[in-house]
Ligand binder design. Structure first.
Ligand code: RIB
Length: 299
């Protein structure tokens, strides 16, 4: 079993569903409220675990009930939580998520996620360097992301960077990452406004993999531009689809799939994840993906 180590965020998601999205200054009545484990890092660790990798989580929670809830959940998802630190007096990260009109809006309060430091990475260096792939996102301090990516690159460990929430990326981080998985909107933030997607992808062969929702996934394989089509599914909640894609990509790469096979697999996992409510609660297992051979491609 290949090993995926996530260095990233752990949140509790407070999810409100509503038929309409409130405009500024407006109050609307919603339909449901749920408290669901989340955080881009934790979501990707769960996806990697559910999709067949040995999964480890490095990050911070507060010494509060949300922290306990998050760790218990990760344990139940077979993610190794031995490297999660509980920070005294700081709350666990939370996200306010509105699911309406087939899309979501999210506000994250990072809390303990911002307590991870370079010293934390040094402390857990052995587990990081034992990985077949390390997954990073941008819900923890950028300097920690940069330090981890550099450490990995210097030791020939692959890094999958999911640049969300998007920030302009330092050139060295782009170089240290093996794979970068923005959506179209994020691409224009991480690299600055790009005029021509295809020309941009050609500069980053087999590295920048752009997820485009129902339009599929695009990347340049070194000789041609590839589009991996998306699948037709009934959309319930898109929250965590990007995280499922990243966890699925990691799980497939560490079991030895080629990049194109891994993208196809991750795409299928992400498609199934949006048919259910919640980031982690919507993620499929490996068995569920195998059972869904009949998923139809979007043309
Ligand atoms: O990508 C979805 C995640 O973003 C949510 O689980 C929320 O916690 C935010 O981090």
């Amino acid at each position: 079993m290949g090993r995926a180590v996530v260095v990233g965020s752990i949140n509790v998601d407070l999810v409100f569903t509503s038929d309409v999205r409130p405009k500024a200054g407006e109050t609307v009545l919603g339909t449901t409220f749920s408290t669901i484990p989340g955080g881009k890092g934790a979501n990707q660790a769960v996806a990697a675990s559910k999709l067949g990798a040995e999964s480890f989580m490095i990050g911070c929670v507060g010494d509060d009930s949300n922290g306990e809830f998050s760790i218990n959940n990760l344990n139940s998802m077979k993610v190794d939580t031995s490297f999660i630190e509980k920070i005294k007096g700081i709350p666990t990260g939370v996200a306010n998520i509105i699911v309406a009109e087939q899309d979501n809006s999210i506000i994250v309060i990072p809390g303990a996620n911002y307590e991870i430091t370079i010293e934390t990475i040094d402390k857990y260096k052995d587990i990081i360097l034992s990985a077949d792939i390390v997954l990073l996102q941008l819900e923890i301090p950028m300097k920690v992301v940069e330090y981890t990516a550099k450490l990995c690159r210097n030791n020939n460990v692959r890094v999958l960077l999911n640049p969300a929430p998007a920030l302009e990326l330092p050139q060295s981080l782009i170089e240290d990452a093996s794979y970068i998985t923005p959506n179209e909107h994020e691409l224009n933030i991480i690299l600055g406004k790009q005029d021509d997607l295809d020309e941009t992808l050609k500069k980053y062969p087999n590295k920048v993999i752009v997820t485009m929702g129902s339009k599929g996934v695009k990347y340049f394989d070194g000789s041609e531009l590839k589009i991996v089509p998306s699948f037709k599914v009934e959309v319930v909640d898109t929250t965590g689809a990007g995280d499922t894609f990243c966890g699925g990509l990691a799980a497939a790469l560490v079991r030895g799939d080629s990049l194109s096979e891994a993208i196809m697999f991750a795409n299928k996992a992400a498609a199934l994840s949006i048919t259910k409510l919640g980031a982690q609660s919507g993620m499929p297992t490996l068995e569920e993906i195998m059972k869904n051979e009949e998923l139809k491609i979007n043309n």
